[in-house]
Structure formats: structure tokens, C-alpha cells
Design a protein around this ligand. Structure first.
Ligand code: CP
Length: 362
């Protein structure tokens, strides 16, 4: 699912205030068309991803200051529109916008006119009429941010759509890993959990592979696409060429540089995708014994929210190898970099979005 007009801009930075130079670098000429939205990572090059991560380094410096303020996005209006619950993503986008001086307005479906039956299209048109600059959207339907991007001049950021993508989560995960290991080429990433339904899994497989890492997944047979076989390596025709499907979790985490546990949606158990949660924990849960199979300095990650005692044991979730809180902290810097790239003066292209391949069914 790509959108050729979906882009992240490299235009000239202007009036950026005291944003560090590396946060506002114009970067390399990586895309034929300036980017206006961030809907997925699948059409971003590794150079574009690197540029965003470099920008986030400068943003991280700002978040560590006593006075965390820069006027980089002063006068801009950012709407966060969440049709699903969120703690990390919504708050960090709000914080990111406010640190850069933007006005940030939060809209939740339950407190908006959506609850009175207003359509997504009319909601977007209503917000568009208020001259907004960016719309950060989380929606239970895959493709909804693409639909929205076709009906607004604002920059659209996908904050998680259905089972499809969670691009800023992946960017913050890459940023966290890069800060520990540097070049990710050849690093072994083990992702354990719900590969079939997890937007984080899909985005992270794509993201880490783009950066040259070797990704292995482990999950129950019921939580991978039907045509995938445990014990195999996927071919390029799948779009995930080189992805290894481990026979079991011990095989996946063996010698890993990064172990990432995914949240298991408890409703999967009711749908017959899982044995009991206890059995899931025994067979796929990340615990100290499994972390001992990974490299000594392996990082333990989880996108959150965590089900401690199910997909991750409490002692390792809060142990020395865990970077879970660092992921959350880095999320603010990464989202600052994304908002800056899309909304800073001279960066927003306000192009017409006429040729998205997403349907209007959302
Ligand atoms: N990782 C993540 O998306 O968390 P939230 O649902 O709390 O935003």
C-alpha cells in the first residue's frame, strides 16, 4: 500500500529558531517528489529514513534541555485525531508539537461529532476548513490515513491504522537501536508475537530490513499469513524477502542483537488464534532464560502497552537490557523530527493528493 504523492519534505528550512543544525538539515536529495505525508515506511528509502533519524538526534537534544521550547513550528496547527485508544503515541505527538511551538488540538472519536454519526470524510472536511497544518490520525481501519490524505491539504501522519502500519513507532524503534549499536547492517533482530495482526510487526520488519538488519520472527502458526511456513525464509515476491520464520522462539532469539516482544491482543485467544495465555507465555513469552540465548548485550524492546506475564516477564521488562522506557522517550524526538519535516516553513508542499491507491471505503 503505497501512495506516490506521500512524501516527507527536504525543502529549505526557514525560521527554525534554535532547532539544532542536525535536526533541520536539508539532507540528501532522496525523493523525486517532496514528501507531504507520512503514511507508511514502505516507500521511504534507507537514506530518507536515515535523514529523519539524524534529525531526531537534534530533537533529542532539545528534549533534554531545562527549557524544552523552540519556535520551529510557531503558528502551525496540528490536530491529533484518535479513533482508537493510545497513551504513548498521542501524548508524544502532542508533546512534540508543543515543544516546537505549534498549537496542538486533540480530537477523540468519542468526544467528537463522529459519535453523532458524522462520517470520516465530513470530519476531515470540517477540520480542513479550520486551516490546519497537520493531521495525526489513528484509526482501526487499515488505509484510513490514505483516504484522509486525499481529502485534505494538511500533512497527514499515520499514527497506526488497523493491522497495516505504525510508521512512527518503527522510526523510534530504529532510532533506539541505532543509538545503541550504530550501523544496523547485519544486526539480528528477533520479533516475537502476533505477526498476522500487528501493524508494529509489519512496519518494523520493513524498517529494519531497509536498514540492512536480518529479521527473524517467531509466533504461533495461527498468527502468520496462511501461505507462510514456519522454518522458512521468505522470498522477494512476498514483499518481505529475507525474513526468517523461526520454528520456535529459542531459535529466533539465539544470538540476537535485539529481541522485540509484541503485545498479544487478548481477543486473539477468543478468536481461536491462541492456546491459553498461559501456554502462549510458556511457548512464546520473553523471559530471562530466553534473553540468555541472545547476545550478552542484546536489547529488549516492546512497543507497549505491555501485558506483563504474558508476552514479556516483568523482571526482564524492567531489567538491565530493557530499553522500553527509552523507546517512549525517543518517541517524542522522532515525532518532532517527523512533524518538522512535514510542517516547518518551507517544507510543507501542500500538493494535491490525487492518485492514492487506497480505497474510499474507510
Ligand atoms: N506503541 C503504541 O502505539 O502505544 P499506544 O497505543 O499507547 O500509542
Amino acid at each position: 500500500m503505497t501512495n506516490p504523492t506521500t512524501t516527507l519534505g527536504n525543502g529549505a528550512a526557514a525560521e527554525a529558531g534554535d532547532v539544532p543544525a542536525n535536526a533541520m538539515a536539508d539532507g540528501v536529495e532522496t525523493s523525486a517528489t517532496p514528501r507531504h505525508h507520512l503514511l507508511d515506511l514502505d516507500d521511504l528509502s534507507s537514506a530518507e529514513i536515515t535523514e529523519l533519524l539524524d534529525s531526531a538526534e537534534g530533537m533529542l537534544e532539545i528534549t533534554g534541555r531545562d527549557v524544552r521550547k523552540t519556535p520551529a513550528l510557531r503558528g502551525k496547527t496540528i490536530i491529533t485525531m484518535f479513533f482508537e485508544n493510545s497513551t504513548r503515541t498521542r501524548v508524544s505527538f502532542e508533546q512534540a508539537g508543543k515543544i516546537m511551538g505549534a498549537d496542538v488540538i486533540n480530537v477523540t472519536a468519542s468526544a467528537s461529532s463522529v459519535s453523532k454519526g458524522e462520517s470520516l470524510l465530513n470530519t476531515v472536511k470540517t477540520l480542513q476548513a479550520m486551516q490546519i497544518d497537520a493531521l495525526v490520525v489513528r484509526h482501526p481501519h487499515s488505509g484510513a490515513p490514505y483516504f484522509i490524505s486525499n481529502h485534505t491539504d494538511a500533512a497527514v501522519v499515520n499514527a497506526g491504522d488497523g493491522t497495516h502500519a505504525h510508521p512512527t513507532q518503527s522510526l523510534l524503534d530504529l532510532f533506539t537501536v541505532r543509538n545503541h549499536v550504530g550501523d544496523m547492517s547485519g544486526k539480528k533482530i528477533a520479533i516475537v508475537g502476533d505477526v498476522l495482526y500487528s501493524r508494529v510487526a509489519r512496519s518494523n520488519i520493513i524498517a529494519f530490513q531497509k536498514m540492512g538488519a536480518e529479521v527473524t520472527v517467531s509466533c504461533p502458526n495461527t498468527l502468520i499469513p496462511d501461505e507462510w511456513q514456519l522454518g522458512s525464509t521468505l522470498g522477494d515476491e512476498t514483499g518481505f524477502g529475507g525474513l526468517r520464520l523461526a520454528n520456535n522462539v529459542d531459535e529466533a532469539v539465539d544470538s540476537a542483537d535485539v529481541v522485540m516482544a509484541l503485545r498479544i491482543q487478548q481477543e486473539r485467544q477468543d478468536a481461536g488464534h491462541l492456546p491459553s495465555l498461559r501456554e502462549y507465555s510458556d511457548r512464546w513469552g520473553i523471559n530471562s532464560a530466553r534473553m540468555a540465548l541472545a547476545n550478552d548485550d542484546a536489547l529488549l524492546m516492546h512497543p507497549g502497552p505491555m501485558n506483563e506475564g504474558v508476552e514479556i516477564a516483568s523482571d526482564v521488562a524492567h531489567g538491565a537490557q530493557s530499553v522500553v522506557e527509552e523507546q517512549v522517550r525517543n518517541g517524542v524526538a522522532v515525532r518532532m523530527a517527523v512533524l518538522y519535516a512535514l510542517c516547518a516553513p518551507g517544507k510543507s508542499t501542500r500538493i494535491a493528493n490525487s492518485d492514492s491507491n487506497a480505497g474510499d471505503e474507510a
